[in-house]
Design a protein around this ligand. Structure first.
Ligand SMILES: Cc1cc2nc3c(=O)[nH]c(=O)nc-3n(C[C@H](O)[C@H](O)[C@H](O)COP(=O)(O)OP(=O)(O)OC[C@H]3O[C@@H](n4cnc5c(N)ncnc54)[C@H](O)[C@@H]3O)c2cc1C
Length: 480
């Protein structure tokens, strides 16, 4: 697979001219320039052609076209992945941003979401019916990538992952065939879709189980000066024992504006009343934050609460690790110092970076065994993430190395072992949506990697969906 001359895309335009699908080429000015924008600038690449389909049939046509002309392509959902799998230089992008429809069935409490929707589309439509689904904590992220890789959110402690609430997917396979996969139809494909779905086709719609969420929730940030870090970690350790699944406590090490001074920033959530929320987090509030912005809000607004700090622009990289609680406050202090030291070096201007301890209760998540779906990150630990923002391309390697080193150290210090056998039994200790495709399959999918490779050969034998080279390594064999 490779790139092709620009003229060839006129053929695709002609094939799609009767649909509302847009086909954008580099000469098309602003619409094209907008279409190659991504959450992270370091994932912006000048594609030879961006197809914005409005139907599964247009995707089938496009897949037949790329196969015929041996053109490489990628799929773009919400455009937030930092792994590089949503953009491509000189080749073709299938951009799902015109497929954002959300349909709520209040009787069955299910929600059908088109493959290019963002979480804001879902949260707002579901709220009209007093419903919610497990979705991302920042509402401009895409439903597509977040769900196919697993999907953690504020409701995970109560209802599990996004994939645990996924009932079926409508998908266009590499062959161009349109199928529906669920527990009863294409069950093996459905197994693969839940954790490794980006490798098997273009999902045109997801159907999720929804849950009643009429009440507003207690949520918001509490910000602490560094000298309070030990007390904050002590509370997080107590949180681990105390939560019944209806709370979340995210701890981020950051230098937020306007002061740009290092702080321990917490984001709290309790699915209940103000009194209950304040009572649950009383010991943390009593530690004495410099700012307390907690309060009551509708669930649909909660997922917008962290949008501002996570807006588009700059070069970004996510990295993933894991930690177990209780944590030794002194080991968190060491990570704090190392992270702040790195992200505040003036030349690098990385003050918008975060080191995040995502204390989202896992009891519900580990009720499902790791073999039940491709997703293999179920264990008695929490996700640790680096989210680094920088501006200069020459810092790319430095950022990657720093992030990897820190996460490895942190995961080891936090008792999450690197031994393969233990990981297979306990969960891999790394969330696939936070890592790059160069991390080996065994690290992301554990003992599920073998079955995934077999299914990849069954459903995408020519490795058309090669954004993730973990499952079928290059070179790619193309069969006409
Ligand atoms: C600000 C921010 C906040 C985040 N918060 C959370 C969180 O709360 N919980 C969580 O679990 N994760 C979170 N993440 C991580 C998130 O899950 C990943 O970044 C995810 O890849 C985003 O999906 P996307 O559709 O926006 O990205 P994209 O980059 O568009 O897609 C990611 C991958 O999925 C593929 N893909 C997307 N849609 C489809 C589709 N319909 N069919 C086939 N393939 C598709 C793409 O080809 C690509 O390989 C967050 C990320 C960011 C940047």
């Amino acid at each position: 697979m490779g790139s092709a001359s620009v003229d060839i895309y006129e053929e695709l335009k002609a094939q799609l001219k009767d649909s509302k699908t847009e086909v954008l080429l580099p000469g098309d000015g602003q619409p094209y320039e907008e279409s190659i924008k991504r959450w992270s600038e370091h994932c912006e690449k000048r594609a030879a052609c961006v197809v914005k389909p409005t139907s599964p049939d247009a995707i089938t046509t496009t897949l037949h076209f790329v196969r015929k002309h041996k053109i490489s392509f990628v799929v773009r959902g919400g455009g937030h992945s930092t792994s590089g799998s949503n953009s491509i230089l000189d080749s073709l992008v299938i951009d799902l941003s015109l497929m954002r429809g959300v349909t709520v069935d209040a009787d069955t409490q299910t929600i059908r979401v088109e493959g290019g929707a963002l979480w804001v589309d879902v949260d707002e439509e579901a709220a009209k019916y007093g419903l919610a689904i497990v979705g991302g904590t920042v509402n401009h992220t895409g439903v597509g990538g977040l769900t196919l890789g697993g999907g953690y959110g504020y409701l995970t402690g109560r209802y599990g992952l996004a994939i645990d609430n996924l009932l079926k997917v409508e998908i266009v396979l590499a062959s161009g065939e349109q199928v529906v996969a669920s527990e009863t139809e294409y069950a093996d494909l459905f197994w693969a879709m839940r954790g490794a779905g980006q490798n098997f086709g273009v999902v045109t719609a997801f159907t999720f189980r929804a849950w009643p969420q009429e009440n507003p929730v207690f949520a918001g940030p509490l910000i602490f000066l560094p000298e309070k870090l030990v007390k904050v970690v002590e509370f997080m350790n107590a949180f681990h024992e105390k939560t019944d699944g209806d709370q979340v406590m995210i701890l981020a090490i950051a230098c937020p504006p306007p002061a740009r001074a290092p702080v321990a920033l917490t984001m709290l959530f309790h699915n209940g009343t103000l009194e209950e929320g304040q009572a649950f987090f009383k010991d943390l509030i009593d530690v004495g934050p410099v700012a307390n912005m907690t309060g009551m809000m509708p669930y649909s607004a909660l997922n917008a609460a962290m949008n501002q700090g996570q807006d588009h622009g700059g070069r970004r990289m996510f990295g993933g690790g894991a930690y177990k609680l209780p944590l030794e406050p002194s080991s968190v202090q060491k990570l704090f110092d190392e992270f702040i030291g790195f992200s505040t070096q003036e030349r690098k201007n990385m003050q918008d970076s975060l080191l995040i301890f995502e204390t989202i209760p896992y009891k519900k998540v580990i009720e499902v065994p790791n073999e039940k779906m491709a997703f293999a990150n179920r264990g008695e630990y929490y996700n640790l993430a680096t989210m680094i923002k920088w501006y200069e391309p020459e810092d790319d390697d430095t950022v990657r190395e720093f992030s990897r080193g820190l996460l490895k150290k942190a995961s080891q210090a936090a008792g999450v072992v690197a031994d393969e056998k233990v990981r297979a039994a306990e969960g891999v200790g790394v969330y696939g949506n936070y890592v790059n495709p160069d991390v080996p399959a065994s690290e992301v999918y554990g003992s599920n990697a073998k079955k995934l490779t077999e299914l990849k050969h069954k459903y995408d034998p020519d490795n058309l969906f090669d954004g993730d080279t973990r499952l079928v390594p290059r070179p790619i064999v193309v069969v006409n």
